[in-house]
Write a protein that binds this ligand. Sequence first.
Ligand SMILES: NC(=O)c1ccc[n+]([C@@H]2O[C@H](COP(=O)([O-])OP(=O)(O)OC[C@H]3O[C@@H](n4cnc5c(N)ncnc54)[C@H](O)[C@@H]3O)[C@@H](O)[C@H]2O)c1
Length: 246
Amino acid sequence: MRLKDKVAIVSGGANGMGEAEARLFAREGAAVVIADVIEKGESVAADICASQGRARFIRTDVTSETNWASTIAETVREFGKLDILVNNAGISGSAVGDHDLLDGWMKILNINATGVFLGTKLAAAEMMKAGKGSIVNISSIMGFVGSADGHPGYAASKGAVRLYTKAAACRYGPHGVRVNSVHPGYMPPMLNGTNGGTRSSKIEFTPLRRLGEPMDVAYGVLYLASDEASFVTGTELVIDGGYIAQ
Ligand SMILES: NC(=O)c1ccc[n+]([C@@H]2O[C@H](COP(=O)([O-])OP(=O)(O)OC[C@H]3O[C@@H](n4cnc5c(N)ncnc54)[C@H](O)[C@@H]3O)[C@@H](O)[C@H]2O)c1
């Protein structure tokens, strides 16, 4: 087992990629806290426990520093420590209305970027007590390139995550805490709202000629979270079928 006896928090772990990561981590031996705003996290945690895994749902809004502090404290109280944080919670550029609206910009930046900053800061403080830990921040290919789809604040938020990750890696590395970013390409569930034409054009533009699946990303996150990546920090793992290789 690649995460035997580790303790992990996965934000946004109730659905999509976060759910895939939570389930995979549990199968690989970790106790997993699903930190999300939707109640589905309760049933995902129950399902993991029913399959002999260890998991718990803790309602957490990643934009709240108070929520983060109590989720981390509760995790340590229940499972004894914190080894891994996956900052996966996020909203898409289509989840807010008009592309030019300031409140859309603020909402996206708040959840996708500020949420990652708060989670990283508080988790790193806990991990530094033990002198080790791994934080994986979910950015996007939109952290590298722009797109006319959705609110432009999405690319801004994901670019912020990409470079904040490097700053955090420099800051926390001397204390044994690694911080890396993962950059998924197009895949469900976020892509589900997209129309058929957009979908097929994205497939056509992808060298591997398919959309991704949450498990494609989960395996990459597992590697960075595990001790196999013990000399890897401040780096970027793109998982996009080659979409931005051209
Ligand atoms: N699916 C894609 O095409 C794609 C591509 C690149 C990057 N991503 C990124 O991957 C991550 C997961 O996306 P997904 O496709 O699985 O989407 P998803 O909508 O299925 O999952 C996102 C999860 O985050 C949770 N969440 C939203 N706001 C929150 C908040 N304030 N506090 C706590 N939890 C909150 C949601 O409840 C949900 O469970 C996101 O950061 C997204 O930006 C997705």
